[in-house]
Design a protein around this ligand. Structure first.
Ligand SMILES: C[S@@+](CC[C@H](N)C(=O)[O-])C[C@H]1O[C@@H](n2cnc3c(N)ncnc32)[C@H](O)[C@@H]1O
Length: 139
């Protein structure tokens, strides 16, 4: 067990940017996976996009900014089964982190045009990573 205070301390994060799209409020709608969104990066992180066009798909990590509270046990949407929050993709979770694989369409300065992002307009973006098919399927 490694439950020292350093391991369990509060972590502070600063968004690297935000989402721009037509979804103003959370909706459960499969159509969102065909929609195009923009991810607008803060100027100071722009250089971090160097060579991002090398990848067709990206992981977008974001913050469920409009979610209030969570339940550790709930009925998950995926199959309607009662499950723990960590066995679901619920937007109501202890640390409110969303993770979606998107298709990268275009990069314009500090703006990424992506398809398939299920985050609503104004959602804070925490991180972006390339989705590397070979690596994902190796493990
Ligand atoms: C089931 S979650 C899945 C998100 C991501 N693919 C994941 O697995 O972490 C998708 C839901 O989150 C909602 N959502 C998107 N952005 C949000 C935000 N900023 N605050 C709260 N809910 C949000 C969407 O409207 C949608 O209903």
């Amino acid at each position: 067990m490694n439950e020292n205070p350093e391991t369990l301390k509060t972590i502070e994060m600063v968004p690297i940017g935000y989402v721009e799209n037509d979804y103003l409020e959370p909706v459960y709608n499969e159509e969102v996976y065909n929609k195009i969104s923009k991810i607008v990066l803060k100027e100071e992180f722009m250089d971090g996009l160097y060579r991002i066009e090398d990848f067709e798909k990206l992981y977008i990590l974001f913050y469920f900014s409009k979610s209030k509270g969570y339940e550790l046990i709930h009925r998950r949407r995926y199959d309607g089964k009662i499950s723990g929050v960590f066995a679901s993709r619920s937007p109501h979770r202890p640390n409110g982190i969303g993770l979606t694989v998107v298709e990268l369409l275009k990069v314009e300065d500090k703006v990424l045009h992506v398809k398939g992002l299920d985050a609503i307009n104004g959602t804070p973006v925490l991180d972006i990573k390339p989705y590397i098919k070979e690596t994902e399927e190796e493990s």
